[in-house]
Design a protein around this ligand. Sequence first.
Ligand code: UT7
Length: 320
Amino acid sequence: MIYSKVIGTGSYLPEKVLTNFDLEKIVDTTDEWIVTRSGIRERHIVAVGEMTSDLALQASLRAIESAGIKADEIDLIVVATTSPDKMFPSTACLLQDKLGIANGGAAFDLQAVCGGFVYAVNTADLYIRTGQAKTALVVGAEVMSRMVDWTDRTTCVLFGDGAGAVVMRANDAPGILAAKLHSDGRHHALLRADGNICNGEVQGDPFIKMEGQAVFKFAVTALSRVVDEVLKDAGMQGADVDWLVPHQANIRIIEATAKKLGLSMDRVVTTLSHHGNTSSASIPLALDAAVRDGRIKAGQNVLLEAIGGGFTWGAVLLRW
Ligand code: UT7
């Protein structure tokens, strides 16, 4: 049997930091409101001309270095993004070029918004397990700051830019223990960015619109259910989870999921206070932080979960 395993992680945040206090000068909000309702204190914002593929490149270089491989060993690139550089070609192809990879391996983007990284890890795992790829680079990268209306306080305080990446490789023992993905398109209007040019002219509002409370309620229920599903598939319980690495959207959603699992918050990796909701980048950003500071160790069970527009949601249980 072939399995897959994460062998390296990397992440990157743009230099510019925008604090809640900076936002108080832009929209009618307060640091107190943002921290209490979301847990976010600051976010990073791309420089003019800095693109999703640039963030993805920095995170990928760090992941490749930590994996101890050469870039041209990568025969699959999956970039989860909802803010690609261009309509086409894919950010994954642009990243492949920036990494100097010319081995003809597959590269494609995956659009599941904030659910994107768990979708991408599951996809890469299946490619590796079926023998279609040996070494996969899985990236979550976003420039959400270009998709928010900076006059809309209900959304602009929540999002930030960043990228994270993992290298996954074929392995004799299982590194991905269980995974489950879901979507329910009936809720597409609750979290969306309508703008498109596919009907012959630029149409619709390009900025993020979110029914925050409705998303919140759905998220708490859906995430609790999906983490239970993967644990059941793996024959485990909440107590077997060493680290929960959740999508970083709202500390209250994270706390609710941890509570349902019976996990204390010291077993939950939270980084959202200093980068906000970076959509598909948030899990690999948190994962990389906890791997690099030594919290996540070989042999431990690590549970990832996320939900995003669509809705899309899912969870992946890994043996580190
Ligand atoms: O990543 C994809 C998934 N996304 C999520 O998981 C996000 C889910 N939703 C949330 O995280 C929360 O719903 C929010 C953080 C977006 C909002 O928190 P909330 O506790 O649901 O607040 P709310 O939307 O019910 O708004 C409460 C009040 C409202 O005022 P009134 O109507 O009570 O007078 C808002 O107008 O807070 C007001 N408000 C603000 N006040 C200060 C909304 N945004 C702000 C703001 N600053 N930035």
